[in-house]
Design a binder for this molecule. Structure first.
Ligand code: ADP
Length: 425
């Protein structure tokens, strides 16, 4: 490769030669001398520029290589931190032990599992951390080379938690003998709770359906066995069959409705509603039931009261509450519906009925929860009315609450977000 200095020497010699030719042309024509000079300068300039470009490219390549090298270096620097952060942010607990059952690595969740240890759990023996035989046996199997999955582990710290533990052997590079074991604790507390709720729901539904169905089957058999011709009883039997069938129908409707609301398949379309006429309609639809119990229902909502809610869903909530207030009232009692509130709109349904003992109030909005199961059935209830009200209020961004004095009466309050002055909520 020609150096820059050699290029300048050649350029200098060439220039001197050309000047000499110009001054002493030796019989050569002037155009020849000028052309030779231009060609020569072009050649030298090309060589110099080319050399600079090559150098720039080389510098660039070197810079790129050094960039790559430095980013590689930064990756290498950060990877332990990254690994540490990832492991510690995992919801799952991770515990690695060596062949002596001593902890060699762990993450924060694993540390929280062993609430009896305040400082680091690393380099402690597993027996120091827990006396739970399920955990110990699973890790022991792992150290001996056997994988264990689906080990149920319960902890009873601040709250009861349930884990699904999976332990795999931690093998040497040759992949044969185990050096220790890696255990991952999956938190299944919420899943387990959901599973219990699902099972309870299924068993409640079956139970609720079985009772009227058993009655229908028994009465149909009695009619078939001869009671059909018993003029005194056959109509009564038929009316009981009808009542039970209607109850099953209501129950299925309520279950489907509740499932749809809980699954978020029910759209709530709030609009500004004049509350008084809406309450009037609900009271009208329940007037026969009120008259049968000689219960007086008063609409105390003021004419100006406006509320932001889905009218169909609000009717559903008020029907359930006013129907209960009539059902669980005394003969000659009163039900009042009023409107109030400050930061949120409040609709209150108050009765002078039998009231609810205070220890039932916490669970009152649960599905199928009743104070008196037999009484509720006798009155045609499904035990789902209040659960539906709770979910509908929630779907509006509000809530429903209850206050009651046993023997004096009960007040349910639906609270909904208040509309702002521009009409939005
Ligand atoms: P049900 O179909 O039994 O009425 P709900 O979910 O509507 O089911 O109500 C659950 C239970 O709450 C009722 O069975 C009853 O024991 C109690 N309850 C609801 N409303 C009242 C009320 N206004 N007064 C007294 N008890 C009530």
């Amino acid at each position: 490769m020609i150096s820059t200095r050699s290029l300048f020497v050649i350029f200098g010699v060439g220039l001197a030669l050309t000047l000499a030719l110009t001054i002493f042309p030796f019989g050569l024509p002037i155009w020849f001398t000028v052309s030779a000079l231009t060609l020569f300068i072009g050649l030298i300039a090309g060589l110099i520029i080319g050399k600079h470009i090559r150098r720039a490219v080389r510098n660039d390549t070197v810079a790129t290589q050094s960039d790559a090298a430095s980013s590689k270096a930064s990756k290498i620097d950060f990877s332990p931190l990254l690994l540490d952060a990832t492991l510690n942010e995992m919801r799952e607990g991770l515990l690695v032990i060596d062949h002596e059952m001593r902890v060699i690595a762990s993450n924060r969740t694993a540390h929280d599992l062993f609430s009896n240890v305040d400082d680091s759990i690393n380099s402690r023996r597993l027996t120091e951390l827990t006396r739970n035989p399920a955990i110990y046996d699973a890790f022991l199997d792992g150290v001996r080379g056997t994988e264990r999955a689906g080990v149920k582990v319960e902890t009873h710290g601040r709250e009861r938690r349930v884990f699904d533990l999976r332990v795999v052997p931690f093998r040497a590079a040759n992949g044969r003998e185990a050096h220790g074991a890696v255990g991952v604790f999956f938190d299944v507390t919420r899943l387990e709770r959901l599973e219990i709720v699902r099972q309870e729901f299924l068993s409640n539904v079956s139970h609720e359906l079985r009772t009227p169905l058993t009655s229908i089957i028994a009465l149909a058999e009695t009619l078939e066995a001869g009671a059909l011709d018993d003029r005194e009883h056959n109509r009564r039997f038929l009316s009981i069959i009808q009542k039970n069938a209607a109850r099953m129908h209501r129950l299925i409707d309520d279950i489907l409705e509740l499932s749809a609301i809980e699954a978020g398949n029910v759209q709530v379309r709030p609009e500004i509603i004049a509350l008084r006429p809406l309450v009037e309609d609900v009271v009208g639809s329940l007037s026969a039931a009120a008259a049968a119990r000689t219960v007086m229902v008063q609409n105390l909502v003021t004419r100006e009261a406006e509320i932001l809610a889905d009218p169909h869903r609000l009717v559903q909530m008020l029907t359930n509450l006013i129907d209960n207030a009539i059902k669980f009232n005394r003969d000659g009692g009163t039900v009042s519906i009023s409107y109030g509130g400050n930061s949120r709109d409040q609709i209150q349904v108050e009765d002078t009925g039998e009231g609810i003992p205070s220890h039932h109030l916490d669970r009152l909005f649960e599905r199928f929860y009743r104070v008196d199961r037999a009484r509720s059935r006798e009155l045609g209830g499904t035990g789902l009315g209040l659960a539906i009200v709770k979910h509908l209020a929630k779907a509006h961004g509000g809530e429903v609450t209850v206050e009651s004095r046993y023997g004096e009466g009960t007040r349910f309050t639906i609270e909904l977000p208040r509309r702002s002055s521009d009409g939005s909520n």
